[in-house]
Design a binder for this molecule. Structure first.
Ligand code: SAM
Length: 207
């Protein structure tokens, strides 16, 4: 029997995944859309008219969910390294969120509007070497938290993907110092074998 490549295994897994099929059928750009939907349904931390920053937004599932939730009076500003097909109600900035010029472009797209919710689903290119991937994921989460601290209005929220491992407990502790409520979520659509978790922090305090 021919040996299967990792891309062959990935394609097979995608074809079998019920969330991939559901996303396709319902017009969501990624299965990740269901993770955010589930978190928002439980936390009720996004209202119509809100301003949202979506970091690591491509291909755009979370931005679609956020844009639908905030409606026409709201605003979603999305950032990613990769291309992004336009979504009504979403302003997109292409670039590395760790670059000061991208952060400046984000501030300018917000036009001084205080932010209700910062989302980060940023993930590094997975090398398969956990000792490399986990600290990279943690660095992205820390960068997102810094942005949240700068941009969020009082009582605002922050939802960030983090791979469990070194630095995870420290990040949660820092969030607890800045937000009234911090919960760790593993949505149903998050694959059981994935070490990803979502830190959901609400009620931003001014410290
Ligand atoms: C899991 S995907 C996001 C999926 C997205 N939330 C959705 O619903 O479609 C992670 C994204 O993070 C982006 N990313 C990783 N590092 C980044 C960085 N430094 N700046 C901006 N985007 C980054 C990747 O390009 C990738 O598109």
């Amino acid at each position: 029997m021919a040996k299967q490549t990792s891309s062959g295994r990935w394609k097979q897994r995608q074809a079998r995944d019920p969330y991939v099929r559901k996303a396709h059928a319902e017009g969501w750009r990624s299965r990740a859309a269901f993770k955010l939907q589930e978190i928002l349904a439980r936390e009720r931390c996004l209202r119509r008219g809100a301003v949202v920053v979506d970091l690591g937004a491509a291909p755009g599932g979370w931005s679609q969910v956020a844009a639908a939730a905030v409606g026409e009076g709201g605003l979603v500003v999305a950032v990613d390294l990769l291309e992004f097909e336009p979504i009504p109600g979403v302003r997109f900035i292409r670039g590395d969120f760790c670059d000061e010029s991208v952060i400046a472009a984000l501030r300018s797209a917000l036009g001084g509007r205080p932010v209700d919710l910062v989302l980060s689903d940023m993930a590094p290119n997975i090398s398969g070497n956990w000792s490399v991937d986990q600290p990279r994921s943690m660095a992205l989460a820390e960068q997102a938290l810094e942005a949240a601290e700068e941009l969020l209005k009082p009582a605002g929220g922050f939802i960030v993907k983090v791979f469990q491992g070194e630095g995870f407990a420290e990040l949660v502790r820092t969030c607890r110092g800045h937000f009234a409520t911090v919960r760790i979520r593993k949505p149903d659509a998050s694959r059981a074998e994935s070490r990803e978790m979502y830190v959901v922090a609400t009620g931003r305090r001014l410290v």
